[in-house]
Design a protein around this ligand. Sequence first.
Ligand code: CA
Length: 237
Amino acid sequence: MGSSQKILVIEDDSMMLRLVAQSLELQKYDYRTAENGMQAIAEAVSFRPDIIITDLGLPDMDGIELIERIRTWSNVPIIVISARTDDEDIVTALDSGADDYLRKPFNVTEMLARIRAAIRRSETLSLPAPENSVFENGGLKIDFATRTVYTNGAEVHLTPNEYKLLCILAGNTDKVLTYSYLINAMWPGGHEKDKQILRVFMSGLRKKIEPEEHDMTYIYTSMGIGYYMPKITANKE
Ligand code: CA
């Protein structure tokens, strides 16, 4: 599948960089590479990538700092690659403005899927919001005007908090939302201790909208990080 999307890859490990570059080449993506933060910023300005994939551990600059700098002037989707086992880094990166993450070691198929998801998301974001907004994702439907939710045509009764949580997830499909992002969106100025409350609402919401108990169709758990709603591609029957 040919693609005109421009991708900037930032990685100081040359073996890793070659592997990523090779797979982007195969997919016919237009890409450039950078091996440190300063080079990355220069490329981000001149190349104007549609997507940035960056390692968090760079020789001259922390990946988080790089994200923060880029975010001062660009909304380009950023996918971070984390070699560290500490999930805190991923959480910090997402809260600093990264859109998604990959944990090393990752496979190329997974990386390409995350790239496609990021492209899809930015394309959706650039569309004007329809007047009578109805959100549909697989069998899930939200009618924002009447605040009504349906799964496979059947109305689901949600509490105000469950509805709000569902709307936040639906407004960010394919994007991992951290616990702190969700807590802040739900209760501005909320604290970390609200994580338990968030879990309670999440579990209530899932019981109502997921087709089967313990099923994950509409809401995925990103272990140790947060949650996200995957964009469900239409069934071709
Ligand atoms: Ca590195």
